[in-house]
Design a protein around this ligand. Structure first.
Ligand code: AMP
Length: 187
């Protein structure tokens, strides 16, 4: 199964992907995680990405695409994958389509986790307390939500046009939401 998970920052994409990956036996590929690992490792790419991430803006399309291609061509992704945090704008949608066409592995379905914005702010505040992410400060969160509304929201429309979008209610208990996602996948 080749799946894209869509939703605002804090909508629960990462949490759901971690549960669903075991059920589907495919890796969870998060561009945010890949970037955070590069920052932590202090690679050249990580150094470039760090300030951009801390400002809540998008890292350049070229950097993220290169990193993603490297990850998608690793053997464990041959059976499928759950993509989380990519594509983040319409240019990335086109880049992903071209890349996966070349690899002969197109996206099969995009699931959007639908969570009202008041709840998003609350969830990010909780995550900030638990995980201490550098980009979960109130100022950066505001910027990330602004970037999401402006650049990432149109991504759902892109997959809808392709007939691949399924919207799932992302409010409720973790297990309940997982069941909704799995039900949407089997429809
Ligand atoms: P996330 O963990 O998905 O919330 O991503 C954290 C941060 O990493 C984002 O705010 C961006 O700065 C950067 N990032 C993650 N994925 C992408 C992407 N597909 N394109 C550009 N920047 C990204």
């Amino acid at each position: 199964m080749r799946l894209v998970l869509l939703g605002a920052p804090g909508s629960g994409k990462g949490t759901q992907a971690d549960v669903i990956k075991t059920k589907l036996s495919v890796p969870h590929i998060s561009t945010g995680d890949l970037l955070r690992a590069a920052v932590k490792a202090g690679t050249q790419l990580g150094l470039k990405a760090k300030a951009v991430m801390e400002a809540g803006q998008l890292v350049s399309d070229d950097i993220v695409l290169g990193m993603l291609e490297e990850r998608l061509t690793q053997p464990d992704a041959a059976a499928g994958f759950i993509l989380d945090g990519y594509p983040r704008n319409l240019a990335q949608c086109t880049a992903l389509e071209t890349l996966l066409k070349r690899l002969e592995r197109p996206i099969e379905v995009a699931i959007q986790l639908d969570v009202p914005s008041e709840l998003i702010v609350e969830r990010i505040a909780t995550r900030a307390a638990v995980q201490g992410r550098q980009d979960d400060t109130p100022e950066t969160v505001r910027e990330r939500l602004r970037v999401y509304a402006q650049q990432t929201e149109p991504v759902a429309g892109y997959f809808a046009q392709e007939g691949k979008l399924k919207v799932v209610d992302g409010v409720g208990e973790l297990g309940e939401i997982t069941q909704r996602v799995l039900a949407a996948l089997s429809r």
